[in-house]
Design a protein around this ligand. Structure first.
Ligand code: IYR
Length: 224
């Protein structure tokens, strides 16, 4: 224990369930999560801050390398900022769709019906812009390393998506590339890198989603 600092431990409070309850809850949760879809058209119905706060707190319960919690969730409601973000994202997307993405990539995307227009960046009442923090910056300018940053932030985003769905809201994982314009528009500190842009809100009335199928258990699971 030479190199480790004294660490306080507390008892873990497990969730106690019978096997029957576990099965029920697990199956219900799967059925519920299987209804989740990425939605690209939003209603203008507002989402209260209290709900956003709760969803972000859930994301913040994710495990992270050395418990560094290397994430920042920016909540954007200001219409002029949303417009700036949309304009910058569409600029990058136009370059991507008209040359940067391979023919194979464009063909793979065709069933999703996406293109360079991103009206949802203004339609959705809230944009959550997730930043990863490769290191922490102290006031004196010194840097402290974070660990498994992309893995940690990816897990947090997965938990955020689950919380969004649980709350009856919808989102989508938007990844304009490159997305460093988000660091500039939101004036983020030098240790933050844009990771994911998630518009969030209620779905537009009668919204349609692509008819795509999920892989079966046999296709995603190998037993040893
Ligand atoms: N970022 C672009 C293209 C895009 C890429 C993938 I991979 C997708 O699953 C969906 C879209 C866009 O948002 O349109």
């Amino acid at each position: 224990m030479e190199h480790s600092e004294a660490q306080e431990f507390i008892s873990y409070q497990p969730v106690i369930r019978t096997i029957g309850e576990s099965l029920q809850v697990a199956n219900d949760w799967y059925t519920y999560m299987n209804r989740r879809r990425s939605v690209r058209e939003f209603s203008d119905r507002d989402v209260p801050d209290e709900l956003i706060n709760s969803i972000i707190l859930t994301a913040g319960t994710a495990p992270s390398g050395a418990h560094k919690q290397p994430w920042t969730f920016c909540v954007v409601r200001d219409p002029s900022l949303k417009r700036k973000i949309r304009e910058a994202a569409e600029h990058e997307e136009r370059l991507s769709y008209n040359g940067r993405m391979s023919d194979e990539w464009l063909k793979d995307l065709a069933p999703l019906g996406t293109n360079a227009n991103k009206p949802f960046l203004e339609q959705a009442p809230v944009l959550i812009v997730v930043f990863k923090r490769p290191y922490e910056l102290e006031d004196d300018g010194s840097k402290h390393q974070n660990y498994y940053v992309s893995e940690s932030v990816g897990i947090a985003c997965g938990m955020l998506i689950a919380a969004v769905h649980q709350a009856g809201l919808v989102t989508l994982t938007h990844t304009p590339s490159p997305m460093n314009f988000l660091e500039k528009i939101l004036n983020r500190p030098s240790n933050e890198r844009a990771y994911l842009l998630m518009p969030l809100g209620y779905p537009a009335e009668d919204v349609m989603v692509p008819n795509i199928q999920r892989k079966s258990l046999d296709e995603i699971c190998v037993r040893y």
